[in-house]
Design a protein around this ligand. Structure first.
Ligand SMILES: *Cc1c(COP(=O)(O)O)cnc(C)c1O
Length: 394
């Protein structure tokens, strides 16, 4: 007979969050503010290519201190159009530990990703590994993982020394800073996402930030089918425009962004304190000079030291009603879409992917709730044997 522990639901106790604690809750701005912003465009019948999109582009360009921001329908479309404009005549270096869209943008441009490793503690692109492949590559992509800057100046340097353009998947990182400099101005271009799980939301949307005049105009034409206005398309583009409705949501969301990011940082600090000293649990390492947006709060669980592996920790939290994610598992090179396209072994990436667990973090989350989630993780460690037995028995 197994000892029953009243505290943990996985061993028969009652769940801490019977109504479930959601993993994410989109930071929707006030609907009144959205309609107030939208009204002039709406009344003029301007649903796309309107003044709100321009205003959003101008405001974000000021904030990021870049000459050009081009609003698009999604970050994926933005990455596709940036690569379309750069016309990489060969494969593109991409970390495998990222969201699939980074690699999809490469594959849609009829070239292939060269998947490279990530670092075990920051989860960011491993630049040493990237450097060994830079010789045969036509471009270099890197993601600011979970909103933490990926040492962008070092990524830039590698691009310069290899003579190839650098594109950042900045989907998580609007509002992030690298040693006091806003993310958005690094490399040839940085592309942000405004989808519901990101810090700034439009509903769906993306923003391309660049210092390159030609690239900015190519993305503007590209989001409009490749049509510069005379209906003689210059290249095969997309319909990737942002509508006025989405821009109104994004502008309202932008007004709240700084306050929102302060809350995310407080929540991250609370998690850090709550999990400090737990053996085998490491929060994503972030350079103390940097500001992460904490788009995700991700820990790595080393099973020997912690006593329970990631999947069972997740199982125990699910039993408590705590919704979590395993970002990014499987890593992109292991996903069906890319099987057979790569023969590289990525040991560190596989190991990181098997250990990561992203915990709830969002504007409406209370600090006391973070404390409770941390207590549950402590309890899982202290009752490791019980948790392992209970989950094995299922
Ligand atoms: C969300 C996300 C994307 C895709 O953004 P969309 O706006 O949904 O196209 C791309 N890259 C990363 C790293 C993401 O997390």
């Amino acid at each position: 007979m197994h000892r029953q522990h009243p505290e943990l639901a996985v061993a028969g106790g009652s769940p801490s969050f019977p109504e479930t604690l959601p993993f994410v809750s989109p930071p929707t701005p006030s609907l009144d503010r959205v309609t107030e912003l939208l009204a002039p465009s709406w009344d003029q019948g301007r649903l796309t290519n309107g003044p709100l999109v321009c205003r959003l582009e101008e405001q974000v360009a000021l904030r990021l201190d870049v000459p050009h921001v081009v609003a698009v329908a999604s970050c994926t479309a933005g990455l596709m159009l940036v690569l379309r404009a750069l016309q990489p005549a060969g494969p593109v270096i991409v970390p495998s530990f990222t969201f699939s869209a980074s690699a999809h943008a490469v594959a849609w441009n009829a070239t292939s990703p060269i998947f490279v490793e990530c670092e075990p503690e920051t989860f960011q692109i491993d630049l040493e590994d990237a450097a060994t492949h830079a010789g045969g590559a036509a471009a270099l992509m890197a993601t600011h993982i979970f909103g933490a800057p990926c040492r962008p100046e070092a990524v830039e340097e590698l691009g310069v020394s290899a003579g190839i353009p650098v594109v950042f998947d900045a989907a998580h990182a609007l509002g992030a800073g690298r040693a006091g400099r806003p993310v958005g101005g690094f490399g040839t271009a940085e592309v942000f996402s405004l989808s519901p799980t990101k810090p700034l939301v439009a509903g769906e949307g993306g923003l391309v930030a660049t210092r390159d005049d030609d690239l900015a105009s190519a993305v503007r034409i590209g989001r409009d089918y490749g049509n510069p206005g005379d209906y003689d398309t210059r290249f095969v583009g997309l319909n990737a425009r942002m509508s006025e409705l989405h821009a109104a949501v994004a502008l309202a969301s932008l007004e709240e962004l700084d306050e929102h990011l302060v809350i995310r940082r407080e929540l991250a600090t609370r998690y850090e304190a709550g999990l400090a000293g737990l053996p085998g649990v490491n929060l994503q390492a972030v350079d103390p000079r940097d500001d992460s947006t904490w788009k995700d709060l991700t820990i790595a669980i080393e099973p020997t030291a912690f006593g329970v592996d990631r999947d069972r920790v997740r199982g125990a939290l699910t039993a408590e009603g705590v919704d979590t994610r395993c970002y990014f598992d499987p890593p992109v090179h292991r996903q069906h879409a890319y099987l057979g396209r790569t023969t590289r072994e990525l040991q560190v990436t596989d190991e990181v992917a098997g250990r990561v667990l992203s915990l709830p973090i969002y504007r409406s989350l209370r600090l006391e709730t973070v404390d409770r989630v941390c207590e549950l993780i402590h309890a899982v460690h202290h009752h490791a044997e019980l948790v392992n037995t209970a989950i094995n028995a299922k």
